[in-house]
Write a protein that binds this ligand. Sequence first.
Ligand SMILES: Cc1cc2nc3c(=O)[nH]c(=O)nc-3n(C[C@H](O)[C@H](O)[C@H](O)COP(=O)(O)O)c2cc1C
Length: 181
Amino acid sequence: MTAPTPYLFCAAAPPLHYVAGAIEDAQARGWTVRLGLTPTAAAWLEDHLGGLEALTGNRVRSTYRRPGDASGWPAPDVIHFAPITANSLNAWALGLTPSWPVGVVVQAAGKGTPMVAMPCVNQALAAHPQVDRSVAALRDMGVTVLYGEGGWAPNPSGQGRPTEYPWHLVTDAADRFLPQQ
Ligand SMILES: Cc1cc2nc3c(=O)[nH]c(=O)nc-3n(C[C@H](O)[C@H](O)[C@H](O)COP(=O)(O)O)c2cc1C
């Protein structure tokens, strides 16, 4: 059986700096991880992209390909989007495609691809009414959004603990969509 193909997407929130641990956890479950970053996330990890490509064995993608260029990646069995910022979450829910990973997930619902996302937002961002609307809209579309009970609980501003971001909740939820080996 070929290894399951999850796409692991990340936006620019501080847990991003610990993505290598999430990749290793996914690999321990038998996943062949394809890592996609928003352009801002890619800029934050600029010095580590080579190491992440070595770890995943695949090119890290962050920008739209040019027309005519091949994607180079197989279709995903599941998309795991964490951490996702308020910016990317709201864009996705509104059907906007400002970055390559968000463009992929906007279209993936129409292709029936399972998706799991966990926001990383502080209480100030979470107080904006669009965040709750976006979570509700994505859940209505069938996306598993781990937010509130059983998922991400917004932290007070300035008190984020990026080392404690519960990646495993997203990986566990995404794993349930993959064929078990
Ligand atoms: C140090 C720092 C920490 C940030 N933390 C968060 C965060 O936890 N959640 C969030 O939604 N945005 C956060 N932001 C803002 C996002 O990085 C910003 O909205 C960015 O445009 C998101 O782009 P992306 O969604 O394309 O990755 C942070 C920015 C900085 C500089």
